[in-house]
Design a protein around this ligand. Structure first.
Ligand SMILES: [Zn+2]
Length: 342
């Protein structure tokens, strides 16, 4: 996995040269559908990457064996040539205790409760390892390499199957006392609202995540034949496959059910973001995840609502933008974690 040559190369500054080593980024998705491993140089350029889906993660062993096989391929001596791996970063699709390097749980997989992933990987690979939640990792990546370059205080909002968030202050992830800062999916926005993945009710994730939007749309369409017919037309008869983008399309075409639903989603998302804006006063809100792929039809009305909901001094310099890293955000985030302070 390593050659001695690189570590003996003389250098004139304290900063490592890109040719002297590599970092590895690992993405473990909470749903089990995306496991990725990347090899990157010290400038953060991904040189080689693998993505292997698992439909379902029965236990830790299955996933760790898959990762080990992927790492074996990525760390092929041919890829490493004249360098060695200096650090491994992992973006985990679930709550993480970043200070202890422990996965608290993966909601859609068994056996991960309080799993010491950081120590496990560091031991297996004999390289220092750093793990964090995937939204925190994506947030850091967007601020260092994506849409938020140079932002002093930026909030990343991952609107995917669930909703995650990451707050970056002066180039660092703000973790809070027990690494739960940024868990904005569990902001309480609706009294007696729908049930959340965490067991609570009326949380943002239960209303504005991709899964929640699609589920609500299908549920309401059952009582509206014209809407149901439109969904079947868009999905070739497989209503359950409708995407948030298609629901926005229906709303634009004038479908009342879709229009009302999108209006509700924007309302509660704006409530949550306005509250955060008043607490932390960010310069930028970066929207990522599958819902953000909708782009301006989502972002333009959000800007308008936030302007209306926030104190002018809090919102006048606030920019709300789409992330630049797209579906790569978590994996680039994992690489970015590995590069921190290197
Ligand atoms: Zn919740």
């Amino acid at each position: 996995m390593s050659t001695e040559r690189s570590s003996q190369t003389p250098r004139s500054t304290g900063k490592l040269l890109a040719t002297q080593g590599y970092v590895v980024g690992i993405e473990i998705s909470g749903s089990g559908t995306r496991q990725s491993v990347a090899l990157a140089d010290l400038d953060g350029n991904i040189l080689y990457q693998l993505r292997r889906p698992l439909e379902y993660i029965p236990d830790t062993t299955t996933l760790l064996q898959l990762l080990e096989a992927m790492l074996g391929e990525v760390l092929d001596p041919e890829h490493l040539r004249d360098g060695r791996v200096l650090r491994v970063g992992v973006a985990v699709g679930g709550p993480v205790d970043a200070s202890q390097g422990i996965v608290r749980t993966l909601y859609h997989a068994h056996g991960w409760d309080n799993f010491p992933l950081q120590d496990y990987l560091a031991e297996r690979l004999n390289v220092p390892c750093i793990i964090d939640n995937n939204a925190n990792a994506a947030a850091l990546a967007e601020v260092l390499y994506g849409a938020g370059i140079g932002e002093r205080v930026a909030l990343y909002v991952g609107l995917g199957r669930g909703i995650g968030g990451g707050l970056i202050v002066n180039g660092r992830i703000y973790h809070g006392v027990t690494s739960t800062a940024g868990e904005i999916g569990h902001l309480l926005v609706m009294q007696n609202g729908p049930k959340c993945s965490c067991g609570g009710y009326g949380h943002l994730e239960a209303i504005a995540s991709a899964q929640a939007i699609v589920r609500t749309m299908i549920g309401r369409a059952v009582e509206h034949p014209a809407t149901l017919a439109a969904i079947h037309r868009l999905t070739e008869g497989r209503a359950e496959r409708i995407t948030v983008g298609q629901i926005f399309q229906l709303a634009t075409e004038g479908d009342e059910v879709a229009r009302c639903l999108i209006d509700e989603v924007l309302t509660y998302l704006a409530f949550a973001l306005a509250n955060i804006v008043h607490l932390v006063n960010p310069g930028m809100i970066i929207l990522g995840g599958s819902v953000a792929l909708v782009g301006e039809p989502l972002i333009a009305p959000l800007r308008e609502r936030l302007r209306a909901l926030c104190l002018p001094a809090a919102s006048q310099h606030l920019r709300i933008v789409q992330g630049k890293l797209g579906p790569q955000a978590s994996l680039v985030g994992a690489v970015t974690l590995a590069l921190q302070d290197l």
